[in-house]
Design a protein around this ligand. Sequence first.
Ligand SMILES: Cc1cc2nc3c(=O)[nH]c(=O)nc-3n(C[C@H](O)[C@H](O)[C@H](O)COP(=O)(O)OP(=O)(O)OC[C@H]3O[C@@H](n4cnc5c(N)ncnc54)[C@H](O)[C@@H]3O)c2cc1C
Length: 483
Amino acid sequence: MDQQIKTHDCCAISEESPDVFDLAVIGAGSAGFSASITAAEAGKRVALIGHGLIGGACVNVGCVPSKTMIRAAEAIHGAHAARRFPGLSGSAQVDDWAALMAGKEALVTGLRQKKYADLLPGYEEITYIDEGAAALIEGGVKLGARVIRAPKIIIATGGRPDLPLIPGIQDVPTLNSTLLLALDTLPESLVFLGGGYIGAELAQMMARMGVKVTVVCRSRLLPQVEPEVSEALTQVFRNEGITMHCGVIYDACRRDGSGAVLCIEEDGEKLELRCDHLVVTAGRSPNTEGLGLAEMGIKTDKRGAIIVGDDMATTHPGVFAAGDVTNRDQFVYMAAYGAKLAARNAVLDGAERYDNAAMPWVVFTDPQVAGVGLTEAQAIAAGHEVKTSILGLENVPRALAARDTRGVIKLVADAKTDLLLGGVIAAPEGSDSIQTLVLALKFGMTTKALGETIFPYLTTVEGLKMAAQTFDRDVAKLSCCAG
Ligand SMILES: Cc1cc2nc3c(=O)[nH]c(=O)nc-3n(C[C@H](O)[C@H](O)[C@H](O)COP(=O)(O)OP(=O)(O)OC[C@H]3O[C@@H](n4cnc5c(N)ncnc54)[C@H](O)[C@@H]3O)c2cc1C
């Protein structure tokens, strides 16, 4: 057998060379680690090619830093919320922003070390390589002058924040989620551009930290979720003192001293919003530049995301992709799940298919918003004859006892079969309650069966039982325990 493999730039490496692997994974974030560990556990030799901070977005600039800061903001708000109870006065504020940020950084550094860097020595099949941005070549990956040979490749290069094309935006002080989570002083005022899940979470967090916050959205807050939930959350934001402008047109930006002015049009009226910084949370772009996708015939969608089939394969044989760089779900657990499938299908003769039919998603606002399955509009578009049930949290005993009835539950079902199709819950700790609905969908429950299931009293999740009962009866007429 010929031991020499010809490379693109005329260098040659033997098959026993340390630069020949079963699998090359580009990107050492959540998807890259998941793919590499899956293949390594099956004895495959993996080149994990990282660039920048190991661990990627989730641990460094995404889930971990945002969720610890959101919890800190909730602690401040929780102290204020104590006032809802007779006899409690409650007060709290940010005493030392620098200390708060240092605590966040320590958490990030610790988790990056423990959950990423420290794992590598335990997998001798994985070789971690960080020598700059990688690009694809036929049969391998190129890193400057170095060529890594692998018959199978998984692209897991993630994404980064977008900057929308608004005239003048380059000249004004802007932040994105990464920069916001690294601010060394607390600003006085912020305008958030975009009300998707990252914008919603961070806007409420900063408002609770004591910043004057305005949210501006082209459509509405959380445009992907049911309108009733979006409306309820908008009202919560307004009640907390956040200024909301929805359904606006962005006209232009201009600098104003050290701050920024955003010019918008709302209901035909021109408005100018002044702030210390514009926070751009209007979407994320996949990291595909310089990978050589076009040269390899790998197709992307209009956002630039790599198009993958449900087997996670790209349009080039032997090349797979997973995580935020693809046209699939942009959540860390879905990045890890998709990457595991990609690795099994790439190097373990797998024939596994990506299935997100019962995928839960969560927005870490307060109340949290969590959902699974189809919205009413999606169910109608899919051809179902649809019935829905909507239950305000003022009907849920747990919410009454907690003196916090902010929120709503909406369930969607097929009118003919009574099968549950989807649902969303806006409630404190709704992220935990949603998993009950995930199981109900996954195992094909009807609304009747959910309404007859025993739930503990007084819990938030009991609201799901009550919402299921609301399809057929007025729960206001029921006694305690929805009986
Ligand atoms: C503020 C914020 C909050 C979030 N909160 C949540 C949450 O609560 N829950 C949740 O599920 N998800 C959350 N997410 C989303 C989550 O972080 C992402 O879905 C997840 O990190 C995607 O993982 P990934 O491996 O695809 O990409 P990444 O984690 O971005 O990893 C990609 C890696 O590839 C590297 N890379 C890029 N180009 C190259 C190249 N050419 N060569 C080599 N390496 C390269 C990058 O530097 C990076 O290290 C949040 C995101 C943000 C921004």
